[in-house]
Design a protein around this ligand. Structure first.
Ligand SMILES: [Zn+2]
Length: 253
Protein backbone atom coordinates (compact mmCIF):
# COMPACT_ATOMS: atom_id res chain seq x y z
CA UNK A 1 0.00 0.00 0.00
CA UNK A 2 1.26 3.48 -0.81
CA UNK A 3 0.72 5.69 2.24
CA UNK A 4 -1.89 8.38 1.60
CA UNK A 5 0.48 11.19 2.52
CA UNK A 6 2.93 10.00 -0.16
CA UNK A 7 0.24 10.13 -2.86
CA UNK A 8 -0.77 13.55 -1.56
CA UNK A 9 2.88 14.63 -1.61
CA UNK A 10 3.37 13.40 -5.17
CA UNK A 11 0.07 14.89 -6.21
CA UNK A 12 1.15 18.26 -4.89
CA UNK A 13 4.74 17.92 -6.08
CA UNK A 14 3.67 17.07 -9.61
CA UNK A 15 1.30 19.97 -9.76
CA UNK A 16 3.85 22.29 -8.17
CA UNK A 17 4.04 25.65 -9.86
CA UNK A 18 0.29 25.54 -10.26
CA UNK A 19 -1.08 28.01 -7.74
CA UNK A 20 -2.34 26.10 -4.71
CA UNK A 21 -6.04 26.89 -4.66
CA UNK A 22 -7.85 27.39 -1.39
CA UNK A 23 -10.02 24.30 -1.90
CA UNK A 24 -6.90 22.07 -1.78
CA UNK A 25 -5.86 23.80 1.42
CA UNK A 26 -9.28 22.95 2.88
CA UNK A 27 -8.63 19.31 1.89
CA UNK A 28 -5.23 19.28 3.60
CA UNK A 29 -6.78 20.96 6.64
CA UNK A 30 -9.40 18.18 6.84
CA UNK A 31 -6.69 15.46 6.66
CA UNK A 32 -4.69 17.15 9.43
CA UNK A 33 -7.82 17.64 11.57
CA UNK A 34 -8.86 14.00 11.12
CA UNK A 35 -5.29 12.96 12.02
CA UNK A 36 -5.41 14.97 15.25
CA UNK A 37 -8.85 13.57 16.19
CA UNK A 38 -7.58 10.03 15.41
CA UNK A 39 -4.55 10.55 17.63
CA UNK A 40 -6.62 11.87 20.55
CA UNK A 41 -9.06 8.94 20.24
CA UNK A 42 -6.18 6.40 20.14
CA UNK A 43 -4.56 7.89 23.24
CA UNK A 44 -7.92 8.04 25.07
CA UNK A 45 -8.81 4.46 24.10
CA UNK A 46 -5.44 3.06 25.26
CA UNK A 47 -5.59 5.02 28.52
CA UNK A 48 -9.10 3.76 29.34
CA UNK A 49 -8.33 0.18 28.27
CA UNK A 50 -5.28 0.21 30.56
CA UNK A 51 -7.40 1.53 33.43
CA UNK A 52 -10.12 -1.11 32.97
CA UNK A 53 -7.47 -3.83 32.50
CA UNK A 54 -6.43 -3.16 36.09
CA UNK A 55 -10.02 -3.49 37.36
CA UNK A 56 -10.57 -7.10 38.46
CA UNK A 57 -13.55 -9.16 37.25
CA UNK A 58 -14.70 -12.63 38.37
CA UNK A 59 -13.89 -14.49 35.15
CA UNK A 60 -11.08 -14.37 32.56
CA UNK A 61 -11.77 -13.19 29.03
CA UNK A 62 -11.63 -16.81 27.86
CA UNK A 63 -14.22 -17.91 30.45
CA UNK A 64 -16.51 -15.00 29.59
CA UNK A 65 -16.20 -15.85 25.88
CA UNK A 66 -16.95 -19.54 26.45
CA UNK A 67 -20.03 -18.75 28.54
CA UNK A 68 -21.37 -16.23 26.05
CA UNK A 69 -20.80 -18.53 23.07
CA UNK A 70 -22.41 -21.50 24.87
CA UNK A 71 -25.35 -19.34 25.95
CA UNK A 72 -25.98 -18.67 22.24
CA UNK A 73 -25.60 -22.35 21.32
CA UNK A 74 -22.25 -21.73 19.62
CA UNK A 75 -20.47 -24.71 21.21
CA UNK A 76 -18.55 -25.32 17.95
CA UNK A 77 -16.88 -21.87 17.98
CA UNK A 78 -13.32 -22.25 19.31
CA UNK A 79 -11.46 -19.69 21.43
CA UNK A 80 -7.73 -19.27 20.85
CA UNK A 81 -5.11 -16.86 22.16
CA UNK A 82 -2.95 -14.85 19.83
CA UNK A 83 0.10 -12.62 20.40
CA UNK A 84 0.02 -8.82 20.52
CA UNK A 85 -2.12 -6.14 22.14
CA UNK A 86 -5.59 -5.15 20.88
CA UNK A 87 -5.25 -7.86 18.21
CA UNK A 88 -8.51 -9.52 19.30
CA UNK A 89 -10.83 -10.52 16.47
CA UNK A 90 -13.39 -13.06 15.32
CA UNK A 91 -12.46 -15.06 12.23
CA UNK A 92 -15.61 -16.15 10.33
CA UNK A 93 -13.61 -18.45 8.02
CA UNK A 94 -12.32 -20.62 10.87
CA UNK A 95 -15.18 -19.83 13.28
CA UNK A 96 -12.71 -18.86 16.00
CA UNK A 97 -12.72 -16.11 18.60
CA UNK A 98 -9.07 -14.99 18.75
CA UNK A 99 -8.15 -13.22 21.97
CA UNK A 100 -4.89 -11.44 22.78
CA UNK A 101 -2.97 -12.69 25.82
CA UNK A 102 -4.15 -9.84 28.08
CA UNK A 103 -7.78 -10.59 27.27
CA UNK A 104 -7.59 -14.40 27.16
CA UNK A 105 -6.02 -15.10 30.55
CA UNK A 106 -6.83 -11.95 32.56
CA UNK A 107 -9.89 -11.52 34.72
CA UNK A 108 -10.45 -7.80 34.18
CA UNK A 109 -13.33 -5.55 33.12
CA UNK A 110 -11.53 -4.66 29.86
CA UNK A 111 -10.92 -8.37 29.10
CA UNK A 112 -14.60 -9.17 29.73
CA UNK A 113 -15.73 -6.30 27.47
CA UNK A 114 -13.37 -7.20 24.60
CA UNK A 115 -14.03 -10.96 24.84
CA UNK A 116 -17.81 -10.40 24.83
CA UNK A 117 -17.49 -7.97 21.87
CA UNK A 118 -15.65 -10.59 19.77
CA UNK A 119 -18.30 -13.16 20.69
CA UNK A 120 -20.83 -10.56 19.51
CA UNK A 121 -19.30 -10.98 16.03
CA UNK A 122 -19.61 -14.78 16.31
CA UNK A 123 -23.32 -14.35 17.18
CA UNK A 124 -23.75 -11.95 14.21
CA UNK A 125 -22.17 -14.60 11.97
CA UNK A 126 -24.41 -17.39 13.32
CA UNK A 127 -27.54 -15.23 12.93
CA UNK A 128 -26.52 -14.01 9.43
CA UNK A 129 -26.51 -10.35 10.52
CA UNK A 130 -26.77 -8.55 7.13
CA UNK A 131 -24.12 -5.85 7.71
CA UNK A 132 -21.53 -8.51 8.64
CA UNK A 133 -22.37 -10.48 5.49
CA UNK A 134 -22.07 -7.33 3.40
CA UNK A 135 -18.77 -6.42 5.05
CA UNK A 136 -17.30 -9.91 4.48
CA UNK A 137 -18.36 -10.02 0.84
CA UNK A 138 -16.80 -6.56 0.30
CA UNK A 139 -13.32 -7.61 1.56
CA UNK A 140 -11.85 -9.09 -1.69
CA UNK A 141 -13.31 -6.29 -3.88
CA UNK A 142 -12.08 -3.60 -1.50
CA UNK A 143 -8.59 -5.15 -1.28
CA UNK A 144 -8.16 -5.26 -5.06
CA UNK A 145 -9.94 -1.93 -5.64
CA UNK A 146 -7.91 -0.01 -3.09
CA UNK A 147 -4.60 -1.50 -4.20
CA UNK A 148 -5.24 -0.98 -7.90
CA UNK A 149 -6.98 2.37 -7.27
CA UNK A 150 -4.02 4.02 -5.57
CA UNK A 151 -1.67 3.12 -8.44
CA UNK A 152 -4.16 4.28 -11.08
CA UNK A 153 -4.66 7.47 -9.05
CA UNK A 154 -0.90 8.06 -8.87
CA UNK A 155 -0.48 7.47 -12.62
CA UNK A 156 -3.57 9.62 -13.26
CA UNK A 157 -2.07 12.48 -11.26
CA UNK A 158 1.15 12.25 -13.31
CA UNK A 159 -0.89 12.31 -16.54
CA UNK A 160 -3.03 15.20 -15.30
CA UNK A 161 0.03 17.15 -14.13
CA UNK A 162 1.54 16.73 -17.60
CA UNK A 163 -1.46 18.65 -18.89
CA UNK A 164 -3.60 15.76 -20.09
CA UNK A 165 -7.08 14.77 -19.02
CA UNK A 166 -7.95 13.86 -15.44
CA UNK A 167 -10.22 10.89 -16.21
CA UNK A 168 -7.56 8.28 -15.32
CA UNK A 169 -7.11 9.95 -11.92
CA UNK A 170 -10.91 10.02 -11.41
CA UNK A 171 -11.08 6.29 -12.22
CA UNK A 172 -8.34 5.59 -9.69
CA UNK A 173 -10.13 7.70 -7.09
CA UNK A 174 -13.43 5.88 -7.70
CA UNK A 175 -11.71 2.54 -6.99
CA UNK A 176 -9.87 4.03 -4.03
CA UNK A 177 -13.17 5.29 -2.56
CA UNK A 178 -14.24 1.66 -1.98
CA UNK A 179 -12.00 1.69 1.10
CA UNK A 180 -13.96 4.69 2.46
CA UNK A 181 -17.23 2.87 1.86
CA UNK A 182 -15.77 -0.13 3.70
CA UNK A 183 -14.95 1.95 6.81
CA UNK A 184 -18.64 2.99 6.94
CA UNK A 185 -20.00 -0.55 6.49
CA UNK A 186 -17.70 -1.54 9.39
CA UNK A 187 -19.44 0.91 11.78
CA UNK A 188 -22.83 -0.85 12.22
CA UNK A 189 -21.00 -4.21 12.51
CA UNK A 190 -18.82 -2.94 15.35
CA UNK A 191 -21.58 -1.04 17.18
CA UNK A 192 -23.91 -4.03 17.00
CA UNK A 193 -21.22 -6.43 18.33
CA UNK A 194 -20.70 -4.10 21.31
CA UNK A 195 -24.44 -3.81 21.88
CA UNK A 196 -24.79 -7.62 21.94
CA UNK A 197 -21.79 -7.86 24.29
CA UNK A 198 -23.23 -5.35 26.77
CA UNK A 199 -26.71 -6.92 26.74
CA UNK A 200 -25.22 -10.33 27.51
CA UNK A 201 -22.86 -9.00 30.20
CA UNK A 202 -25.82 -7.33 31.92
CA UNK A 203 -28.18 -10.32 31.77
CA UNK A 204 -25.52 -12.92 32.66
CA UNK A 205 -24.66 -10.92 35.80
CA UNK A 206 -20.97 -11.89 35.62
CA UNK A 207 -20.01 -8.29 36.34
CA UNK A 208 -21.49 -5.72 38.71
CA UNK A 209 -23.50 -2.70 37.42
CA UNK A 210 -20.48 -0.42 38.16
CA UNK A 211 -18.20 -2.74 36.15
CA UNK A 212 -20.81 -2.86 33.39
CA UNK A 213 -20.63 0.93 33.12
CA UNK A 214 -16.84 0.67 32.66
CA UNK A 215 -17.15 -2.17 30.13
CA UNK A 216 -19.57 0.04 28.22
CA UNK A 217 -17.09 2.92 28.34
CA UNK A 218 -14.25 0.64 27.08
CA UNK A 219 -16.37 -0.43 24.10
CA UNK A 220 -17.42 3.16 23.40
CA UNK A 221 -13.75 4.16 23.14
CA UNK A 222 -13.06 1.19 20.85
CA UNK A 223 -16.03 2.24 18.67
CA UNK A 224 -14.67 5.78 18.46
CA UNK A 225 -11.47 4.47 16.84
CA UNK A 226 -13.64 3.05 14.02
CA UNK A 227 -15.53 6.33 13.69
CA UNK A 228 -12.29 8.32 13.52
CA UNK A 229 -10.87 5.89 10.91
CA UNK A 230 -14.00 6.46 8.80
CA UNK A 231 -13.67 10.25 9.18
CA UNK A 232 -10.01 10.27 8.18
CA UNK A 233 -10.84 8.12 5.15
CA UNK A 234 -13.47 10.71 4.15
CA UNK A 235 -10.95 13.52 4.65
CA UNK A 236 -8.47 11.86 2.24
CA UNK A 237 -11.24 11.27 -0.27
CA UNK A 238 -12.44 14.91 -0.06
CA UNK A 239 -8.86 16.10 -0.49
CA UNK A 240 -8.47 14.17 -3.76
CA UNK A 241 -11.89 15.21 -5.02
CA UNK A 242 -11.03 18.90 -4.44
CA UNK A 243 -7.59 18.43 -5.99
CA UNK A 244 -8.97 16.71 -9.07
CA UNK A 245 -11.77 19.28 -9.42
CA UNK A 246 -9.09 21.98 -9.45
CA UNK A 247 -7.12 20.07 -12.11
CA UNK A 248 -10.30 19.46 -14.15
CA UNK A 249 -11.25 23.16 -14.08
CA UNK A 250 -7.70 23.97 -15.27
CA UNK A 251 -8.35 21.59 -18.22
CA UNK A 252 -11.40 23.60 -19.20
CA UNK A 253 -9.56 26.91 -19.16
ZN1 LIG B 1 -15.25 -5.82 16.49
Amino acid sequence: MIPNFLIAYYGNGLTYGMPMDHTSLIGIGLIVLAGIVGFIVQVGMRKHMQEYSAEPAGLTGEQIAREMLDAHGLHNVQITHIPGQLTDHYNPATRTVNLSENVYSRASVAAAAVAAHECGHAVQHAQAYPWLGMRSSMVPVVNIGTHLGQWILLIGLIIAAAGSSTWVAWTGLALFSLSTLFTFVTLPVELDASRRALVWLRTSRHISPAMHEHASSALRWAAMTYVSAALSSVAVLVYYILRLLALSSRDRR
